[in-house]
Design a protein around this ligand. Sequence first.
Ligand SMILES: [Zn+2]
Length: 503
Amino acid sequence: MSPRRQKAETGKRKTGIEKRRTGGFRSPVFHLLFSVFCLLVLCGSGLAQSAPARQGRARERIDLLVASGTVVTMDPQRRGLEDGAVAVRGDKIVAVGSRAELEVRYLPARRIEARGKLVLPGLINGHTHAPMTLLRGLADDLTLQEWLEKYIFPAEARNVTEDFVTWGTRLAALEMIHGGTTTYADMYYFEDAIARETKAAGLRGVLGETILDFPAPDNKTLAQALAYTENFLKHWKGDPMIRAAVAPHSAYTCSESTLKQAAALARRYGAPLLIHVSETKREVEEIRSKHGGSPPQYLEKIGFLGPDVLAAHCVWVDAADIALLAARQVGCVHNPSSNMMLASGVAPVVEMRAAGVRLGLGTDGPAGSNNDLDMMEEMDLAAKLQKVTRMDPRALGAQQALEMATIEGARALHLEAEIGSLEPGKKADLIIVGLSAPHAVPLYQVYSQIVYALKASDVETVVIGGRTVMENGRVLTLAEAEVIAKAREYGAKVQRSLAAPPK
Ligand SMILES: [Zn+2]
C-alpha cells in the first residue's frame, strides 16, 4: 500500500469515529452523505496522486529526451517518425520511437522540445583543414599552383604557429557547430592542438597530423614529424571524442618510404590513415609515369590501402580503381565545392556508390577551395553536380546526398557502429533543425527540404555525445565574440606578413 493510500484509509476510519462521537448533532442522512463525500474526496485524491508516483517509479531514468520533433533516423529502414523522440543516457542513445511511447518508458532529467522541427543525426564532414579558416578568402580564382606558391605556402610559412592553429580551430569549430556538423576529419599541422581545441569545443574528430617530404610549419624533418605523430597517437589513445590519425599528405608529396613509414606507424597504434588520392588529372598522370599505375593501384602495391584508410577526393578514378577501393574497404570522401572551385573535375559518385565504396562528403578548404565548412551546402552541390554533368536529374537524389553526409560518411570514417544514424546503442550525436524560415515552408518531402532548401543557419540545437554544445543558436562551448575578434586580428596580421619581404 502506498503512503498516500494508507493516509486515505486512515482518514476513512477517522471519519467513521467522528460520526459516532458527534451522533445526534446532525441528521443521520446528512452524516451518511457527508461520510461518503469525505471518503470519495480522500480516496480520490489519494488515487489521483498515487498513479504518477507509481508510474515515476516504473519509468527508467535518462539524462535527456528530445521530444515531439520529426525524427529522421537514417537507420537501415530510413525511418522517419512524426511526433517522435530520442532518449539519451550518458553519451549514448537508448531509444528512438514515438513521443507517447518514450514518455511512458522514460523519466528524463532534461527535455528538449522539438515540435515543428526536424531531429537529424549530426552531419559528418569527411575532409577539411580546419585552421585554414584564418586564411579564408586570402586569394581565390587562381590555378592551384599559383594559389599555393604565391599565397598559401608563404602565408603558412610566416604565420602558422600553435597559436594560429588554436584560434583557427576555434573558428572552424564555431562554424561547424552552427551548421550542424558533429564529427569532422582533419589534416593539418600542430594536430595535437587541433585535437585539444576540438575536444574543448565538444566536437568529435578524426584528426590526422600531416606528414610531407618537405619542411612543415611544425616539423622540419620526416624524423621529427614521425616522432611528433607518435606522441600525438599515444596522447589521445582511447579518447571517446578524438581519434588521432596519421595523414601522409598524398602520393605526390610523400615518397614511397614516407608512405610506408606513415602506414606502419598508424598500424602500430590502430590509428586511421588520412590521405589525398587522385584529386587532379595531373596527379594521376604523374603517379602513372613514375610508378606505372594509378594512385590507388600504386598505394595498393606498396601495402598502403586497407580498411583503416580515408582517401579524400578520388575524382580521377576509373572502374578498376573503384573496384579496388571497394574491395579494400577504403573510405572515400567527395568534396564537390572544392572540386568545382579548383576545377579539379567531377568524381564518379554514382559508380562509386553502385560499387559499394564507402563514400562520404566533405568541404575540404576552407581556404581557397570552398571557402566555408557548410555541410548543408555540400549536400546540395553533391546532388546537383552529378545531375548536371550527367544531364540526368535522377543521377543523385536528396536522400542519397543526406546519406553521404550521415550514415555513409560514418562508413567512410569506419565509424558506422558509433555514429551516422539515430539508433539505440549509438553515440547521441544529433541536431535540431528549425522549419520556420521563409525558405523552409511549406514542407512536402523531408529529404528534399533538407538538401535543396534548408541552410546551415536553420540548425538550432546541437547535441554531441549527449552534451548540448549549441542551444537555440547559442554555442555553449566557445566564446563566440572573442573568437571572431581574434580571427579579424589574424586576418590583418596575415595580410601584413604577405606585404613584407620574406624573412
Ligand atoms: Zn584537402
